[in-house]
Design a protein. Structure first.
Length: 126
């Protein structure tokens, strides 16, 4: 399956908020955001420049989007790209939506990630 990844231009942050804290309004200003709540924490991924200076966060992440709608019954796509990136020494975080998948990689390893994905048969669009 020849899938294409698109590299989003913004830099992103992975933020940790207190589990019982209401979502800050700056989250909604991001062109892309993802919210995960567990019994232990509230995590938000958003554009880096929007994240409050007063919270715990990891900055310098880039987001790659699979440029296709993926059927939820498909098997092995995540394994294919995560194996290619692991073999290249690139750590990642996967965000699945109903339509497609996104990958967060550290900006310092973005070019290595792009090369590894191309070598695994993925196309990289603009």
């Amino acid at each position: 399956m020849g899938l294409q990844f698109i590299v989003l231009s913004a830099r992103f942050a992975i933020c940790q908020l207190k589990q019982d804290e209401p979502l800050p309004t700056w989250v909604y200003q991001s062109s892309f955001y993802s919210i995960s709540k567990t019994s232990d924490e509230l995590s938000v991924i958003c554009e880096e420049q929007l994240a409050s200076k007063d919270i715990k966060k990891s900055v310098g992440w880039r987001l790659l989007k699979i440029n296709a709608e993926l059927d939820l019954s498909l098997i092995g796509i995540t394994a294919r790209f995560s194996t290619a990136l692991a073999n290249a020494g690139v750590n990642l975080s996967v965000i699945a939506t109903y339509n497609t998948d996104y990958i967060l990689v550290e900006e310092a390893k973005l070019e290595i990630a792009i090369h590894a994905l191309k070598n695994a048969g993925f196309d990289i669009g603009k």
